[in-house]
Design a binder for this molecule. Structure first.
Ligand code: MN
Ligand code: MN
Length: 310
């Protein structure tokens, strides 16, 4: 978007106050993508990245569980991307952005925006690692898309739009990577459940989590995932709306924040990219943005801790 002088307008608060490193020195780059043009029920996730920047002010830089301080971790906040109206344009610009981060050796953390966005970073990660493997003379090992979501997002299109947020997982599985696992699902039309079963795609419903416990599910998922290249996507509506009401498409009987945190703690060290999407902060009193910010921090602390151990 340009203003009348032709200057680029980027809507973004100063930054996460504890992301204190310059781009050049950073290992993690957080960036917001305030795009919600295909949201099917209620829009508003465009406001999430800045709400999370505000919410961050609530937290100490120190984390007792990991005995670690955020200001010691090389994190940079790159602000928000400029967003076009069309989903196709958005995805191609986002792809270029993430490809550039990966080429610079950065770990991408995307704050949506809506879930349709995830397609671009997942594809950029796949292409980057495929190229890297080939350069080293190896067969590409591929990447796994691990998604926490209330919805299957397995439609081929929604209201005529291919890259709608209700279709993201279908396009990723068909066009980007067949290695896919989803946890917390509880919503989708009959055809989507049939599609999952016919293709033997692993999924764990929120009832599975409730009945078997998150630790057992995590153990089973860990055994299914080959390799250390996981792209983790957190659609915040996986969490029960009782904890997190500020969502585009809230769905009751969800996971607890602790269950989601456990998934992040275990898998973060094996990730190559991460996103948090679908928060619509106008529908609550800041709780969802607060929780999302806390989970992002948990993710970063856990990834650092796991890599130091390894
Ligand atoms: Mn989703
Ligand atoms: Mn969802």
């Amino acid at each position: 978007m340009k203003d009348r002088t032709g200057e680029k307008i980027v809507f973004s608060l100063p930054s996460f106050y504890d992301a204190v490193y310059e781009y050049e020195d950073a290992e993690y780059v957080i960036f917001g993508v305030p795009f919600d043009c295909t949201s099917s029920y209620r829009a508003g996730s465009r406001w999430a990245p800045d709400e999370m920047r505000k919410a961050c002010m609530n937290f100490e830089t120190y984390d007792y569980y990991h005995r670690s301080d955020m200001t010691d971790i090389l994190v940079h906040d790159a602000g928000n991307m400029d967003t076009p109206v069309s989903a196709d344009d958005m995805l191609s610009e986002l792809y270029e952005e993430v490809a550039g981060l990966l080429d610079d050796g950065k770990f991408p953390i995307m704050l949506g925006g809506e879930h349709s966005l995830s397609y671009a970073p997942v594809k950029a990660c796949r292409d980057y690692y495929e190229r890297k493997d080939r350069e080293e003379g190896k067969d590409p090992e591929g990447i796994t898309f691990l998604v926490l979501d209330a919805h299957l997002d397995m439609r081929t299109d929604f209201r005529g739009v291919k890259y709608n947020h209700a279709c993201v997982s279908r396009h990723i599985i068909e066009e980007v990577t067949p290695k896919y696992v989803t946890i917390g699902v509880r919503s989708g039309p009959e055809e989507e459940w049939d599609y999952m079963e016919e293709h033997g795609i692993p999924f764990y419903t929120s009832d599975d989590v409730d009945e078997r416990g998150i630790k057992e599910i995590i153990k089973e998922v860990s055994e299914k995932i080959e390799g250390d290249r996981i792209y983790l996507s957190l659609d915040m509506d996986v969490i029960d709306p009782a904890y997190c009401a500020g969502l585009g498409t809230p769905e009751p009987f969800g996971l607890s924040p602790r269950e989601v945190r456990e998934v992040l703690r275990v898998f973060a060290p094996k990730t190559i990219g991460f996103d948090i999407v679908e928060i619509a902060p106008e529908y609550d009193f800041g709780n969802s943005a607060l929780l999302a910010t806390k989970l992002m921090r948990e993710f970063i602390f856990a990834r650092e801790a796991g890599r130091k151990k390894a």
